[in-house]
Design a protein around this ligand. Structure first.
Ligand SMILES: Cc1cc2nc3c(=O)[nH]c(=O)nc-3n(C[C@H](O)[C@H](O)[C@H](O)COP(=O)(O)O)c2cc1C
Length: 192
């Protein structure tokens, strides 16, 4: 049973980080679309046995201008965006009604890989939200009316794929949406 640290900052500093095994990855050969690269990376995460690789942290901003973040499940990814869902009466729904924009962050520790996306958020059609609710288990659906459940899509304007390296020569590949096309930038071996 670990004892609580008396000197927290020193204890934290000594916790190991970036201890996964990064796969070989040639960022210069990455696909034109971040959707394809994301599919490839989440597929690799599943193959590597990453638990719950479809869980992400979603950050939103409240009416008071203060961000909030919570874990949730990624429902779909395609050229329309990164889909997630939740109750209409939730805090995130309130935030998105005021600021229809968000950020999503994934961390696949065993592969030393992280992905983050930011952009506008749009509400899916009522039928899509209803279909998402219907696809949940009976227990998860219990007490939720179709109109009380929302599927949203984050439509990224920027997506960063980051792969860590023990020698701190981390690789960052950034896709930015410009005039409807993806511009890819190898942000290089930025250290952190
Ligand atoms: C692994 C995991 C998956 C979750 N999936 C969802 C989800 O898909 N949708 C959701 O609304 N909340 C999900 N939650 C709960 C959220 O983290 C959060 O507590 C809840 O959405 C309320 O957040 P809000 O008050 O900011 O709206 C999940 C939590 C965890 C830990």
């Amino acid at each position: 049973m670990p004892t609580p640290p008396s000197e927290m900052s020193s204890w934290l500093r000594h916790q190991p980080s970036l201890i996964g095994t990064a796969p070989a990855w040639d960022a210069s050969a990455a696909p034109d679309s971040p959707v394809d690269l994301f599919r490839n990376w989440i597929g690799a995460a599943v193959q590597a046995g990453v638990p719950e690789p479809h869980v992400a942290t979603l950050a939103t901003v409240g009416a008071d201008g203060i961000p909030d973040a919570r874990a949730l499940i990624l429902k779909d990814v395609d050229e329309r965006g990164w889909a997630f869902a939740g109750p209409r009466g939730s805090r995130k729904a309130d935030h998105l009604a005021v600021h229809p924009a968000a950020a999503l962050s994934f961390w696949w520790q065993p592969l030393v890989r992280a992905v983050r996306a930011r952009g506008r958020v749009v509400e899916a059609a009522a039928e899509e939200s209803a279909a998402d609710l219907a696809a949940r288990s009976a227990t998860a659906r219990s007490g939720i009316e179709p109109g009380d459940w929302v599927l949203w899509r984050l439509v990224p304007e920027r997506i960063e794929f980051w792969q860590g390296s023990p020698d701190r020569r981390h690789v960052r590949l950034v896709y930015e949406s410009r005039d409807g096309a993806w511009v890819r930038t190898d942000a290089g071996a930025a250290s952190a």
